[in-house]
Design a protein around this ligand. Structure first.
Ligand code: COA
Length: 254
């Protein structure tokens, strides 16, 4: 387990905390691997009913660690995690405070119950970074919040604040920040009291068209890999790491 992922198993709930607060819980390859391993553990252990995901500090997750996008650091750890959470077979409850950027937002599309503090702010700035959506968000976000709202997020990179996200259907509820994690945990605990077969079947029936999600994941993975290798993304990442604004040219754009 990566030290940047805290794991606690109690009362049938596997709690996973993103714990890299000085970097706004940006996900490194090691963190993705730890999350994937934890999901596999939760799936295999009949004593675990639900997974609870939260973040330490003032942000839920600033997305993929940008340095992980650079050619020397690239692995398929993020993709493996996304496949794991998309195909996970038990309920996931999320507690979101502050920023949820990129995969910090798109992973929530695969969670069953999402509780957010009033300061939560959701962004999916893939296009701005020279990238394309991942985690089947190009399919699931329009389905969830509507095509027009999803376009503002995915094309323009516009944020949704907690109120707007709640109204749009991204959230289960907004919860005061000081009781957020306890509230999410209480809801996860409520799941453990339900008849297990009915819970599993209800969730399976609610999970939408799995084949369509798998197909879209494959399409996004191909487009993402192509974008990652392209000049636009490399300029965006270099600019972020050099703390300057990116400069994009129209040359070669279609
Ligand atoms: N990858 C790597 N480092 C990140 C990061 C990321 N995704 N997000 C934040 N950090 C780092 C910052 O570089 C900074 O590091 P430093 O203290 O060594 O300079 C630290 O985390 C704190 O972030 P900072 O930018 O100072 O906080 P902020 O509150 O001003 O802004 C964000 C927070 C999340 C808006 C901003 O950091 C950001 O835009 N991050 C990139 C988000 C992103 O594009 N993610 C990828 C989506 S695919």
């Amino acid at each position: 387990m990566s030290e940047d992922i805290q794991r606690n198993l109690a009362d049938g709930i596997l709690e996973l905390r993103l714990a890299r607060p000085d970097k706004k819980n940006a996900l490194t390859n090691a963190m993705y691997r730890a999350l994937t391993a934890a999901l596999a553990e939760a799936s295999a252990d009949p004593a675990i009913t639900a997974v609870l995901i939260g973040g330490e500090g003032d942000a839920f997750c600033a997305g993929n660690d940008i340095s992980g996008f650079l050619p020397a650091n690239r692995t398929n750890d993020a993709m493996v995690f996304i496949r794991a959470i998309a195909g996970f077979d038990k309920p996931i409850v999320a507690a979101v405070q502050g920023l949820a950027v990129g995969v910090g937002t798109t992973m929530l599309l695969h969670c069953d119950l999402v509780y957010a503090a009033p300061d939560a702010r959701f962004t999916v700035p893939f296009a701005k970074l020279g990238l394309v959506p991942e985690a089947a968000s190009s399919l699931l976000l329009p389905q969830r919040i509507g095509q027009a709202k999803a376009a503002a997020m995915l094309l323009l990179g516009e944020p949704l604040d907690a109120e707007s996200a709640d109204r749009a259907g991204l959230l289960t509820a907004i919860v005061p920040a000081d009781g957020l994690f306890a509230h999410a945990r209480a809801k996860a605990l409520a799941l453990t009291a339900l008849p297990p077969r009915a819970l599993a079947e209800t969730r399976r029936l609610m999970r939408g068209d799995r084949a369509a999600i798998d197909t879209r994941l494959g399409e996004e993975e191909a487009a993402f890999a192509a974008a990652l290798a392209g000049a636009e993304a490399q300029e965006a990442f270099t600019a972020f790491l050099e703390k300057r604004a990116p400069v994009f040219t129209r040359e070669g754009a279609k």
